[in-house]
Design a protein around this ligand. Structure first.
Ligand code: NAD
Length: 362
């Protein structure tokens, strides 16, 4: 028989007003609460509008309850579409007042990467759990500050690596663990698309643009997850075919990774080339994924005839439901801040390698 939260508090004698007002991570639960957690999306651009808000209509453990935006014209559209109450609408100035709003349990930062650290830290200081989009932040120092703020405030931090929630990606992570084909010898991975815009944050260094952080992390994740190891050395080269657009940040980055086991990876990312695949060559076989990092329909095969093609209704809904469960059950999220940081350590080394034209040890 399911107990209600009130019955539990009564029995254990912890129903003080402080316990009721404390951030949800501090509440003494060992099972999932019966209510849905309230999510506020921060930044109502492409990803929030086209993917996250629609996915939040499918989730079972959380729901869209608030918005944070600097664009007043978007407010009535979002309120009408998603029934968002006036009291759950914020801008970047009154953002910190979220601390006093019990409707919102989770703040999902969906802003340009240079803004991730500030809104993660302010959100954690407001006592809210944080979901933050990839790339976690432009620097290792930012990532460490974000992890510290969430730890200090005893709130969860999850990074929006939706693919790690996808059973098709988990299938090759399992191969990395169980090694049915022996050691990994060589990985080739690529993630890119053609971006025709010329005045977007993705072309702006100060806002955290560049192909490496935006798409390159998918190629990097492919190599890290297929080996289950962290690279020990990187060698990278940046280039552009459109210097009139890509003069602050790279249009294309090619990077090689060396892993402790001897595995090597050749990875590519670009804002000028459509590519989306992963190939892993083992001692005794191979695995191919194409597409590898799409929103849906990632699929692949292995040299022993295994087909990887798990159906998935919505990657983002699965990600947010699993991340909400981690909050409700007070367990570790599938992609914690530390995982975002591991990527950014490599990304920093990749930029250093490209700038200095030499291999960088990690
Ligand atoms: P976008 O440009 O469409 O939206 C960014 C939002 O931030 C806009 O609403 C914009 O108004 C707001 N903003 C606030 N201050 C800004 C400023 N100073 N400059 C520019 N914009 C500002 O971008 P997006 O594609 O929605 O990306 C947002 C985040 O989501 C990025 O971190 C991106 O990497 C991530 N993302 C992740 C996925 C994924 O599959 N996980 C997919 C797309 C985007």
């Amino acid at each position: 028989m399911k107990k209600t939260r009130r019955e539990f508090l009564k029995k254990t004698g912890i129903a003080s007003s402080t316990a009721l007002l404390a951030p949800s991570i501090l509440r003494p639960f060992s099972w999932a609460q019966q209510r849905k957690l309230g999510v506020a999306l921060v930044g109502l651009g492409y990803y929030s509008t086209d993917l996250l808000a629609p996915a939040l209509q499918l989730t079972e453990n959380c729901e869209l309850r608030g918005i944070v935006t600097g664009s007043p014209q978007k407010i009535p559209i979002w309120q009408e579409k998603y029934g968002i109450k006036d009291k759950n609408v914020y801008n970047y100035t009154n953002f910190d007042k979220l601390a006093n709003n019990p409707d919102i349990d989770i703040i999902y930062v969906v802003l340009p990467p240079s803004m991730h650290a500030e809104y993660t830290i302010r959100g954690a200081n407001a006592g809210k759990h944080i979901w933050c989009e990839k790339p976690m932040a432009p620097s290792v120092a930012d990532c460490e500050a974000m992890i510290k703020a969430c730890r200090d405030n005893r709130v969860k931090l999850s990074i929006g690596y939706r693919c790690q929630h996808d059973p098709n990606i988990q299938a090759y992570m399992k191969v990395a663990k169980e090694k049915p084909f022996g050691k990994v010898k060589m990985i080739t991975s690529a993630a890119g698309y053609f971006d025709g815009r010329s005045n977007h944050w993705k072309q702006n260094k100060a806002l955290g643009g560049g192909a490496m952080g935006d798409m390159g992390v998918y190629a990097l994740q492919g190599a890290r997850l297929a080996t289950g190891e962290e690279p020990i050395s990187v060698l990278a080269q940046a280039s552009t075919t459109r210097p009139e657009i890509y003069h602050e940040v790279e249009e294309t980055m090619m990077f090689q990774l060396d892993f402790p086991s001897g595995a090597k990876a050749a990875c590519h990312t670009s804002f000028g080339i459509q590519m989306n695949y992963l190939q892993v060559n083992y001692e005794n076989g191979w695995l191919k994924m194409e597409p590898h990092s799409s929103y849906g329909g990632n699929k692949g095969s292995m040299s022993n005839g295994t087909i990887i093609n798990y159906p998935l209704r919505s990657q983002q809904a699965k990600q947010m439901d699993e991340d909400a469960l981690a909050v409700l059950n007070n367990t570790a999220p599938i992609v914690p801040g530390e995982e975002g940081l591991r990527d950014i350590r490599v990304v920093e080394a990749i930029y250093k390698s490209a700038a200095e034209n030499c291999a960088i040890k990690l």
